[in-house]
Design a protein around this ligand. Structure first.
Ligand code: FAD
Ligand code: SF4
Length: 397
């Protein structure tokens, strides 16, 4: 054991005590460990350093003059994919869980950081250091709540593990990359998902109660590329609610303040990212950022159907229209929302253009939020790529 490491003398914060990032804390879990020693440098909300960490992880930071780099981060390759045989109960087709299982099975890693749910509550996150295929599979499907995935970091150092896979969302991965060299690992693999508009467990309850016809039976939901939220219920039925019919006035404060100030939607620092928003409806979207990511994807390529990414439509006007609508908390009557959803689905942005639509609408909203609530953070907290994206639009004061 490295007895000189300074973090070993630090103490985790007690649960429920105020975190250094205060109300901007995303509960990433770092402060639940002695790695809190590095929090000032590592916390995604106290020290935004995506460009430097990109250079360290991928050998270069994104080229702001290349549109795909500007939007999706450093990458070698992007594609649409789905598993030939989906994992039942996974969020999409289970590509993330399958990669993790293969890596453990083939001995590339000794453990996997992922998040299960508690026995009592399907949406309450329970991060674990999985050492078996069963434990990885029990972590499938999104826990659509802030999750302290990094809270298991102390366990890693204590276990003496040298090869590790971490699955996580952007804020968790930013803090992880900042302390990566302190973990005593020989090899770290990082498998990321995009993430946006996350909520606390109580915020999730409010969202479900405001939006679904039967909040208590929802097992899974996703904001889909067809501009509708798809809720899957216990009996297998799917309920669809158009984005434009969401009660934005009631939901305005539901998203966590951390997520309202986040500009790392695409998980810039993971080796490999698996989401859906840059792919046609029904497909997942894969971004290979570096050689490590490519090595991970190769393990499962024979289990996937793949196709090239595509892009069509023009997002710009829809984004510009969404800015004052969100700002004023406008909610359309349901019949109008449904009609608008149908029209937009027919003629609206698809594939990478849909991903750019989602990034633009969230970045403009978040930029305004930071400007109004944390003006002192605007200059350093908003990354250069996000400023360039936001500059394309006319924002209210
Ligand atoms: P599965 O095989 O079902 O595995 C899911 C994995 O996610 C598990 O390993 C689990 O450990 C991990 N996980 C679950 N919940 C969390 C959490 N709260 N924090 C960290 N890790 C978690 N993709 C987009 O393209 N656009 C989006 O806007 C978008 N928003 C998302 C918001 C959230 C809160 C999350 C967690 C994911 C989001 N994703 C988004 C990713 C997408 O929904 C799927 O997770 C991804 O495509 C992988 O699907 P899968 O079937 O391969 O995953
Ligand atoms: Fe600590 Fe993570 Fe919260 Fe930042 S976001 S204060 S690192 S727990």
């Amino acid at each position: 054991m490295n007895s000189l490491a300074p973090h070993l003398k630090a103490k985790a914060l007690k649960p429920n005590s105020r975190r250094p990032a205060k109300e901007l804390c995303s509960e990433c879990g770092l402060c639940d460990t002695y790695y809190i020693h590095y929090v000032k440098d590592a916390c995604a909300f106290l020290h935004q350093q995506i460009a430097d960490l990109e250079a360290a992880a991928h050998g270069k930071s994104r080229d702001l003059n290349q549109e795909n780099d500007l939007y999706f981060g450093v990458h070698q390759e992007m594609m649409a994919a789905k598993k030939k045989q989906a994992i039942p109960g996974a969020q999409w087709t289970g590509i993330v869980s399958t990669i993790a299982c293969e890596m453990l099975d083939r001995g590339l890693v000794e453990g996997v950081v992922c998040v299960q749910n508690t026995a009592e509550d399907r949406f309450q996150p329970q991060p674990i250091l999985a050492r078996t295929i069963e434990e990885i599979l029990a972590a499938k499907v999104n826990k659509p709540t802030l999750s302290p995935n990094l809270s298991v970091l102390e366990e890693i150092e204590k276990s003496g593990m040298k090869r590790l896979l971490v699955i996580g969302v952007g804020c968790q991965i930013q803090a992880l990359r900042a302390v990566e060299k302190k973990l005593g690992l020989e090899k770290l693999y990082v498998l990321g998902t995009p993430c946006v508009d996350n909520v606390t467990r109580s915020g999730l309850q409010k969202f479900l109660e405001t939006t679904s016809r039967s909040p208590e039976t929802v097992v899974h939901y996703e904001f889909m590329q067809d501009f509708r939220v798809h809720f899957q219920h216990e009996d297998g039925s799917i309920e669809m609610v158009p984005f434009f019919g969401l009660k934005t006035n009631k939901l305005k404060d539901v998203f966590a303040p951390s997520c309202m100030t986040c500009f790392d939607y695409v998980n810039s620092l993971a080796d490999l990212v698996v989401g859906y928003m840059g792919a046609p409806f029904g497909w997942q979207w894969i971004v290979v950022r570096n050689d490590t990511g490519k090595e991970m994807l190769e393990l499962v390529k024979d289990q996937l159907n793949t196709q090239d990414v595509m892009s069509s439509g023009d997002r710009k006007q829809a984004v510009q229209n969404s800015i004052p609508a969100y700002d004023k908390g406008v909610t359309l009557p349901m019949w109008a929302a449904k009609m608008m959803g149908v029209v937009i689905e027919k003629i609206g942005p698809k594939g990478l253009e849909y991903a750019r639509f989602s990034i633009d609408s969230h970045f403009t909203r978040n930029y305004l939020y930071v400007k109004r609530n944390y003006p002192e953070k605007l200059a350093n907290h908003v990354p250069e790529y996000a400023k360039k994206i936001v500059e394309q639009y006319k924002l209210p004061d």
